[in-house]
Write a protein that binds this ligand. Sequence first.
Ligand SMILES: C[S@@+](CC[C@H](N)C(=O)[O-])C[C@H]1O[C@@H](n2cnc3c(N)ncnc32)[C@H](O)[C@@H]1O
Length: 307
Amino acid sequence: MIGMANGPLYRTRKGVVYQGLAEDILRSKWFKPLQNKVNLIFTSPPFPLKKKKAYGNLNGEEYVNWLAGFAEIFNELLADDGSLVVELGNSWVSGLPAMSIESLEALMELKKRGNYHLCQEFIWHNPSALPSPVEWVNVRRIRVKNTFSRIWWLSKSPYPKADNKAVLQEYSPAMKKVLKNKKYNSGSRPSGYKIGEKSFLRDNGGAIPSNVLYISNSASTDPYLEYCKKHKIRYHPARMPVDLAKFFILFLTDERDIVIDPFAGSNVTGWAAENLNRRWRSIEKDAVYARSSKVRFPNAWDLNGGR
Ligand SMILES: C[S@@+](CC[C@H](N)C(=O)[O-])C[C@H]1O[C@@H](n2cnc3c(N)ncnc32)[C@H](O)[C@@H]1O
C-alpha cells in the first residue's frame, strides 16, 4: 500500500511523473519493471538545512539515515553499469558561522551502504549564487559567499558506462590559436611531465571538461518559472540549471537509456532527458511542484485525471 496518496500524474512519450514519496513509489509496481535497468539516477535531494524549507527537510542523524536508506532500492534499480549522481549543497550549523558536515556524512553513508565506488567528485560552481548566509557574509562580513555544491558520481561497478567525448567543451581561444598555428612550446611542465607535441596538436573536436562545472543558475529563461509567475502558482525555490542535468545525462547515458530522478522538484531532470531522447521517470512529493512541472512538456498528457 502506497503511503500518502498518489502515483502517476502525467506522461510524455518518453517519461512519467509520479507524485508521492520516493521511498514508496520506487518500491511500487510502477518501478518493478525497471529493476536492474536504470542507467542513471540523477538527483538533488532535499538538503539538510538549518531551517525547515517549504518542502520540509530533516536534520542531523535523521537526515543521514534517511538519505542513506535509499541505497538498497537504488541498487535494485540500477543496471550493473549504471550511475548514481547526487548533488548536495553545503549547509551551516544553526546560529553559528560554521559549516555543517551533514551533507558529506550523508554522502559517505550512502556510499558505504550501497557499496558504491566513488567514480569522481564534481564541484558545481554557480557564479550567480546570492551571498549567504546573510548574517555572516553580508552583515558581519566574516565569511565569504558560498557558491558551490558538491556532486558525487557513484556506481556499482568501477567501470560504469561513461564517455567524455559526449561532453567536450569548446576549446579556449589560446588553444584554438595553438591548433591553428600547429605550434606549441612542448617543454616540460613544472611537474617534469613532457607533453607530446603530436598528441597535443591534434584537434579532438573540443576540450575534455574538468570536474569543476561552471554553470550559472540565473534561469530567467525557464518557461516553468514564467508560467508559475503568470498563473500565481507557488514555484520551486531550488531549481537546478538544465545544463547541469544535461551534462551528466550526455556523459553517462546513450539515447533511449533510462534516467530517473526520485526528488524531482520542478522536473528539470525529466526535461533534460526528454530533450536528449532518453526515457525518464521522475518522482516529487509536493503536488504543486509535480503538477506545475507539466508545463515543461507541451505534448504531455494527464494520467488518472491529473489528480
Ligand atoms: C532540491 S529539490 C530538487 C529540485 C530539482 N532538481 C529542480 O531542479 O527542480 C528536492 C525536492 O525533493 C522533494 N522531496 C523531499 N522529500 C521527498 C521524498 N521523500 N520523496 C519525493 N520527493 C521528495 C522536495 O519536495 C523537493 O522538491
